[in-house]
Design a protein. Sequence first.
Length: 102
Amino acid sequence: MATRRSEDTVLEAKKSRTKPPSMFKVMLLNDDYTPMDFVVLVLQKIFLLSRERATQVMLKVHREGMGVCGIYPKDVAATKVEQVRSYAKQHQHPLQCVMEEN
């Protein structure tokens, strides 16, 4: 005997919402040895800030002890932190960069 399949069955896609990735602030920390011009260069080169915006962030770091360079997903933030540390070390500056969850 032939088995009859029901073609009346309708499958509906289950809607699921994925939550956006956690975002992390990348911050530079002030020190007494890294030249201000070098900090501006780092902000322009690694964070792609304009010279004016980089100068504003550098002054915030200088006056308040730290400044936010940008907010990124975790893997991008970790990469930026490592790029800053490596570039500063390569140029023999003690500039520190950290990240924290936003």
